[in-house]
Design a binder for this molecule. Structure first.
Ligand SMILES: *Cc1c(COP(=O)(O)O)cnc(C)c1O
Length: 230
């Protein structure tokens, strides 16, 4: 199999799963955006995926994302950033990311907004919520979400898109995504335009669709397993 055939097979499998999950949940498949997580894979894979109709790709490390984005500058794909952003990397990320899913503190909001405004860009920001007690994995505590969302909404250069979460390791993803959906509904009462819910990965996308996710971040099921982190 060529790499193109591998990616086409992975993609069609994931699209079928999304279609089935939408049917089961009574949702329109057009209300769910598939974001292909291309971290650790080469720029050539992004190019092949774009050729297969993928319009959204995601990365999680600035050192890898910035040059990859550069090599794919001619492609009409939206770039999502889904990893923890160090404040000193905010300006770089804001220079190419269309969407940052991992906004979890006011200082980062300020840094991203300043850089985006300076670059004349509008970056969609999602507030990442931490649904377990492990601060090491990033995300704001649920009690801080309203305050950070309001800060994003009031920051030039940023547009509040909604919320994002990763299901806790070993927990029940359905319960986690229901909790995220409730938090997202509370944010929408204050900010009706913030309709995105970014949830669901290769192993739990069905639970995310069922809970109302609008954006699924899927890597392994499309691109294959990643080399272990060194
Ligand atoms: C890597 C990553 C994904 C994709 O995970 P898979 O299990 O490979 O689908 C989704 N979201 C975030 C935040 C990630 O870092």
């Amino acid at each position: 199999m060529t790499r193109l055939e591998e990616l086409a097979a992975g993609l069609s499998g994931v699209r079928e799963r999304i279609q089935r999950a939408c049917t089961a949940a009574g949702r329109d498949v057009h209300d769910v955006t598939l974001v292909a997580v291309t971290k650790t894979f080469p720029a050539e894979d992004v190019r092949l995926l774009a050729g297969l109709g993928v319009g959204d790709v995601a990365e999680n490390r600035d050192q890898e994302a910035a040059p990859k984005r550069e090599r794919c500058a001619d492609l009409a794909v939206r770039w999502h950033f889904v990893g923890q952003v160090q404040t000193n990397k905010a300006a770089s990320v804001a220079s190419y990311a269309d969407v940052v899913h991992s906004v979890d503190r006011a200082r980062l909001v300020t840094a991203l907004g300043r850089a985006a405004a300076r670059a004349g860009r509008q970056v969609t920001a999602l507030v990442q919520v931490r649904l377990d007690d492990d601060p090491g994995r990033g995300g704001a505590a649920p009690d801080d979400v309203a305050r950070i969302a309001a800060t994003v909404a009031g920051t030039e250069g940023l547009r509040l898109g909604g919320l994002m979460a990763v299901a806790p390791l070993g927990g029940d993803p359905a319960a986690a995504f229901d909790r995220l959906a409730a938090l997202a509904a509370a944010v929408r009462r204050e900010h009706p335009e913030a309709r995105w819910i970014s949830a669901g990965m290769s192993t739990d996308l069905e639970a995310a669709v069922s809970a109302g996710a609008t954006h699924l971040r899927v890597g392994t099921a499309i691109l294959g397993s990643r080399p272990p982190l060194r």
